[in-house]
Write a protein that binds this ligand. Sequence first.
Ligand code: NAD
Length: 299
Amino acid sequence: MAIIGFVGLGNMGGPMLRNLIKAGHTVRAFDLSARALEAAKDAGASVCASSGEAAEGAQVILTMLPAGAHVRSVLLGDTGLFSAAQKGTLFIDASTIDVETARMLHEEAGKSSHLFLDAPVSGGTGGAAAGTLTFMVGGSEEAFMRAKPILAAMGKNIVHAGGAGTGQAAKICNNMILAISMIGVSEAFVLAEKLGLSHQKLFDIASTSSGQCWSLTSYCPVPGPVPASPANRDFQPGFTAAMMLKDLKLAMAAAMGANAATPLGAQAAALYALFAASGEEGRDFSGIIQFLRGENAPG
Ligand code: NAD
């Protein structure tokens, strides 16, 4: 069992920490929030006064922070953890951040004789609590093999995506597909309504035809056909429009840097920006169907 420093104990990090402790690891925890620290203490973690203290004696350091700027501020610089940690420490950043920062962190970790992995997740807070997250992991084979048993305490699918930054690349490419397909499915339901075709009939036909996709068959944006989808509970998240917008912005920045043509990704980002700005950033992302109908989501 490993000694793990864990920085960032929010909606995702908190339950991930609990699963590490359940699996028998020793966790040294730090967050800026006193409430998050209290919960970590109750879960059995050693609570620390700084990220530097959480890194003391740790063989592995996990970060689960909001964005690239937070990860850079915790890991880089004279007081950052790349300087503070013992040589040969394995760093795993599970945050969703920009590809450019992820690649730079791989380089900086190497300069300090550490191993680094970008390992963003999908599965949401439910997956974090159940220990069924998917980890998309970028970095060396050596680092991946060392991380695998630790990630297995928090996730069900642990996929080695390739070299530096490819975990983040996988995450934003997948979510760009999801955003575009959800808008496509929503537009089809809105058109069907205008043409007098019922939701259920469109679902029955498209779900066994070439329009079939996850946004339709697992996360249907109209109530009825898929009882577990957020459309059946006033679009309570789930996965919020704000989070989808964050990931689309990361995808657009990466596309710009890599000179990739992603016109539908850009349209999806613009639509989610408008949807979020209409006061719906906390609504499930599939609620965009109501925006496309020209309606405000209920209550
Ligand atoms: P969150 O805001 O709930 O948690 C982030 C935590 O980081 C907070 O507790 C905050 O206090 C802490 N923090 C910020 N700066 C810090 C610092 N300098 N030192 C120590 N702690 C610091 O966010 P979350 O929902 O847990 O998401 C974390 C990451 O996971 C994000 O990158 C997000 O995009 C990604 N993600 C979230 C979900 C989800 O459903 N919530 C799903 C997949 C991926």
